[in-house]
Design a protein. Structure first.
Length: 175
């Protein structure tokens, strides 16, 4: 049975999100479980699941099948987790593991989510995406991505992609 992509996306994002919140409130191994899900499990699912790839020409736009609501939930949850971080550190437990899990969540879930939101046709969603980029210390990304990367992708004027024909290892020093 092939699951709709939104179900896979929701499961892959909400599971570590929920585990992080359990760590905030329940104090246990939940931060470690979130870190494991975000690293080992997500990597395996990405590698093994043909369901995660979509055929060319099939849009995965943010409005598709309720994904926009999920993006807002994850974004608001990200901001709330930032605010909860001092609480986790203050009460003891495993703040280092929680911090690593949250950093992984921010990099793997919040950053792509913010990227999708800055492309959204809704002004509110775009502004929210800009705010999420700023919360990651990447406020410049919202404008640089749209006004430099997109118009000049794969040219010498785009510092975020190699010129057409340049391979990974040749581009790595510039990156």
């Amino acid at each position: 049975m092939k699951l709709p992509p939104i179900v896979l996306f929701a499961g892959a994002t909400l599971l570590p999100f929920g585990l992080l919140w359990l760590e905030v409130f329940a104090r246990g191994p939940f931060g470690l479980f979130a870190l494991i899900v975000l690293t080992v499990v997500a990597g395996l699912v990405d590698h093994l699941s043909p369901q995660l790839s979509r055929p060319r020409g099939v849009s995965a736009g943010p409005n598709r099948h309720g994904a926009l609501a999920l993006q807002w939930i994850l974004g608001i949850g990200h901001i709330a987790l930032i605010l909860a971080l001092p609480f986790v550190v203050q009460r003891g437990g495993a703040p280092l593991i929680f911090t690593l899990a949250f950093a992984s969540f921010a990099g793997q879930i919040t950053h792509p989510n913010a990227h999708e939101l800055i492309h959204h046709p809704s002004r509110a969603a775009r502004h929210f995406g800009h705010g999420l980029c700023a919360s990651l210390g990447m406020g410049h990304h919202a404008s640089a991505h749209l006004f430099i990367h997109h118009p000049y992708v794969a040219t010498a004027r785009d510092p975020n992609s190699p010129v057409l024909g340049v391979g990974f290892w040749a581009y790595l020093p510039r990156a």
